[in-house]
Write a protein that binds this ligand. Structure first.
Ligand code: ATP
Length: 252
């Protein structure tokens, strides 16, 4: 198995709050790794460090062998780091399709010289992006709402749009931050299917999720975090059958 995402002794503190304390994790292509732990454990912070929202204090992160150190978010996205957000961050006044089209890895026509001299290529690249976005929506059974305003669709559909936007990156690393929170019914099943398909396509996927049955269903293994530390890595079943970890997680 190829290691696609690698964190090596990553540390990060905000003042006195330690969110990452010498974190080392490898995620292989095709793997779905669950990241579980109580509120405030540092799970989302880890995603923020990988995606470049915050710089690490020390340690290294590589994706497909390329170091991300010091790179801003957009350059990490270009290297194949894609993520969803706990609070979706969709553009409320835009359509579903427009929300997805903001997120390819490269935009055609970013340079003024291309816009002037290569209009045809830009048009066909934009057409290809549009087709790609529609094919992702098709996989999610959402083509009928492609032109709906994103604020007019259901919460579960909005969560899927957040995932669709991340999939536009087509990268090696997919970070899913609480994809199932508030999602039920068809959207829940679709989310599971798509995440499985993306792993089967060889991506390294990490899921932060409090929905334990989703994690049990989907993840090959899981990491248990608390107070910025990894306490244990193993199967979800094993982690949750540990009384110490269950006590920490559920506060029982
Ligand atoms: N930018 C920041 N500045 C200061 N403190 C922060 C910052 N980001 C996160 N924290 C703190 O770091 C700790 C870990 O937060 P984080 O969101 O990573 O936890 P989490 O495990 O994802 O929790 P939850 O399951 O509730 O989403 C929390 O105490 C949080 O308040």
């Amino acid at each position: 198995m190829t290691t696609l995402v690698s964190l090596n002794t990553v540390c990060k503190s905000f003042g006195g709050i330690v969110v990452a304390d010498h974190i080392s994790i490898d995620i292989h292509g095709g793997e779905i790794l669950g990241l579980i732990g109580p509120n405030g454990a540092g799970k989302t912070s880890l995603f923020n460090l990988i995606s470049g929202l915050y710089p690490v204090d020390s340690g290294t992160i590589t994706v497909a062998g390329k170091p991300l150190d010091g790179l801003p978010m957009y350059q990490r996205a270009r290297l194949g780091v894609a993520r969803t957000w706990q609070h979706m961050r969709l553009f409320a006044s835009m359509t579903v399709l427009e929300n997805i089209l903001v997120a390819p890895r490269d935009y055609p026509g970013e340079k003024i010289s291309q816009i002037i001299f290569r209009t045809k290529q830009i048009n066909s690249a934009e057409q290809a992006l549009c087709e790609r976005a529609m094919s992702i929506l098709h996989r999610m059974n959402l083509t009928s709402i492609a032109h709906s305003n994103v604020s007019d669709i259901s919460f579960g559909q909005q969560k899927l749009v957040g995932l669709a936007r991340a999939l536009m990156n087509d990268g090696d690393c997919l970070l899913l931050d609480e994809p199932m929170a508030g999602v039920e019914g068809n959207a829940y099943e679709t989310m599971k299917t798509i995440v499985r398909e993306e792993a089967a396509a060889g991506r390294a996927i990490c899921v932060v999720e409090h929905n334990v049955s989703f994690i049990k269903d989907l993840c090959n293994s899981a990491v248990f975090m608390a107070r910025g530390c990894i306490l244990e890595r193993g199967s979800v079943q094993t982690l949750l059958s540990s009384k110490t970890l269950a006590d920490l997680y559920f506060g029982t």
